[in-house]
Write a protein that binds this ligand. Structure first.
Ligand code: NAD
Length: 521
């Protein structure tokens, strides 16, 4: 439902309700009577029989029951992964490549089911989840094609020695993922690990468990051997924590909040886990008055309001040159007010409900506190029920807040909702200082037509990624990751293999150098 027009088209409503019914019957087929773990190629419930309830982001009603994993389930999964590792690591790379492509094929042929289930589970509109299977398949295909090069190394010849390197998979690894883009992020971690020759135990987020089990089932059907990809459902303090402490697991690839990352680092310390963290962000968008403002408005609106604002790379701090501040804010407000907020199953919806009532309350509290501190809320700032679906549903209106100061929480903390905080700046130096005034360092977006300024700022921004005159445009070969509290390590191309593989150096003498002698007269 569009908050600005109280009666959506009947045809949209009927297609939305058809989609919702389809999604529920797919969920029932996947998860009735309970969504299982996948361990050693078999669907199984928890060893202690515990289950949890998975609830709809729309209104909190139950979508399905989920097996609630504990340490015992994680132990079974890691044992299975370590046994499977011994054969999977020896598979010829071309054979691994073929099975990863077969998984990609099956993801594409299950695209509609993946999209509908993901929408039911996360509240992300079909408008976005419609592409999730394709993105997942791209991740598998990209890394499938790198399989045959994964263990390649470098050579470093000198007049007396030849050094060469080789890579080998590190072992069974754990992947722990969040709820905002669960399917895409799972494939983003799992595909390179499998391509490297690792086996994986994946623990998805408890608020979005469905597509992880589906992915493992699809992978098995595509020919992935049992035990190469195990799924353990559960909560962070249970299955998640056990996975990070399991001695058989050699590395943890984690996507989620910064505090959780820090806990995982501590939990993994006794077993010296290698960690890769993609964490939170408060990414600035810096707009100079010489930029193409039409394109900038499009990109700013997209990077904060798409995916319900629940994206790590959201451009959630807008720094705009004072000379264009008012007109730019006005244009953004108009845009925010015309966004179609509503039923995620309606193909026309652009913003759906937030994942959970807890998240809705957190986003609202941020807006309330900013307003109490003197900020101006131009639009949004409040939850909006949806009479057709649920009057107290988890929707939050797209929000633009100005008149904020750099010390306010709404500028400093990750809100993780459709909320944009706007600050003015006068010149390049002030823009740079404001952009870097954050504990986070994931992305910076820069809008300007001044080439010199692009290069000056690109090397001064404290973020792992700088996007110039563009929204996020992902190229899987490029390094993806954050600085400061936004992460540890990089994903993409060879960076992923460096994480999932050990590098060995071999040094061979050409038998001509002088060996130092001791104990010889
Ligand atoms: P979260 O940190 O609460 O949970 C993420 C995962 O960690 C879940 O599977 C959870 O069960 C698990 N977990 C929680 N505590 C754990 C523990 N002690 N040990 C092991 N596992 C544990 O994050 P969330 O709320 O699910 O997701 C939102 C966060 O994810 C945001 O901060 C967002 O910025 C971040 N994120 C980052 C990226 C990126 O690429 N940088 C991408 C998407 C999301």
């Amino acid at each position: 439902m569009n908050p600005n027009s109280s009666s959506p088209l009947a045809s949209q409503e009927s297609s939305a309700s058809t989609n919702r019914l389809k999604a529920q019957s797919l969920i029932d087929a996947l998860a009735a009577p309970v969504l299982t773990h996948i361990i050693d190629g078999k669907a199984c419930v928890s060893i202690d029989g515990q289950i949890s309830s998975n609830r709809s982001p729309v209104d909190g009603s139950e979508l399905n029951k989920t097996a609630l994993g504990s340490e015992a389930d994680v132990r079974a999964a890691s044992l299975s992964s370590s046994i499977a590792f011994e054969s999977w690591r020896l598979w010829p790379a071309a054979k691994r490549r073929d099975v990863l492509h077969a998984i990609a094929d099956k993801l594409e042929s299950n695209a509609e089911a993946i999209s509908l289930i993901e929408t039911a589970d996360t509240g992300q509109p079909l408008h976005f989840t419609g592409k999730t299977a394709t993105r997942g398949a791209e991740n598998f295909r990209y890394f499938a094609d790198l399989c045959t090069r994964a263990s390649d190394g470098h050579s470093y010849p000198t007049p007396t020695h030849l050094n060469y390197t080789m890579r080998e998979p590190i072992g069974p690894v754990g992947a722990i993922t969040p709820w905002n883009m669960p399917f895409m992020l799972a494939t983003w971690k799992i595909a390179p690990a499998l391509a490297a020759g690792c086996t994986v135990v994946h623990k998805p987020a408890e608020w979005s468990p469905l597509t992880a089990t589906l992915l493992a089932k699809i992978a098995l059907e595509a020919g992935l051997p049992a035990g190469v990809l195990n799924i353990v459902q559960g909560i962070g303090d249970g299955a998640g924590s056990a996975l990070t402490q399991d001695p058989r697991i050699k590395a943890i690839a984690f996507v989620g909040g910064t505090k959780t990352g820090s806990r995982i680092m501590a939990q993994g310390a006794p077993t010296l886990k290698r960690v890769h963290f993609e964490l939170g962000g408060k990414s600035p968008v810096v707009v100079f008055d010489d930029s193409d403002l039409d394109r900038a408005v499009d990109a700013v609106a997209f990077m904060i309001f798409s995916l319900n604002g629940q994206r790590c790379n959201a451009g959630s701090r807008l720094l705009v040159q004072r000379s264009i501040h008012d007109q730019f804010v006005e244009r953004l407000v108009k845009r925010a007010q015309s966004i179609r907020v509503g039923d995620p199953f309606d193909p026309a919806t652009e913003v759906g409900p937030l994942i959970h009532g807890v998240q809705l309350a957190k986003v609202k509290e941020h807006c309330d506190r900013a307003q109490q501190a003197g900020a101006t809320i131009h639009c949004g700032g409040v939850p909006i029920g949806n009479p057709a679906l649920h009057p107290q549903g988890h929707w939050f209106a797209p929000t633009v807040v100005s008149g904020v100061t750099a010390s306010m929480d709404i500028v400093r903390e990750e809100v993780f909702g459709p909320v944009l905080a706007v600050l003015p700046f006068d010149d390049e130096a002030e823009a740079l200082a404001l952009a870097n005034d954050s504990r986070y360092g994931l992305s910076t977006y820069l809008w300007t037509s001044n080439v010199g300024r692009v290069h000056r700022l690109a090397r001064s921004f404290q973020s792992g990624m700088v996007w110039v005159n563009t929204e996020i445009s992902r190229n899987l070969s490029t390094p993806f990751g954050g600085m400061k509290d936004s992460g540890v390590g990089r994903d993409g191309g060879d960076w992923s293999f460096d994480f999932y593989m050990e590098t060995r150096n071999v040094c061979i003498a050409l038998d001509e150098h002088r060996i130092p002698k001791i104990g010889k007269n």
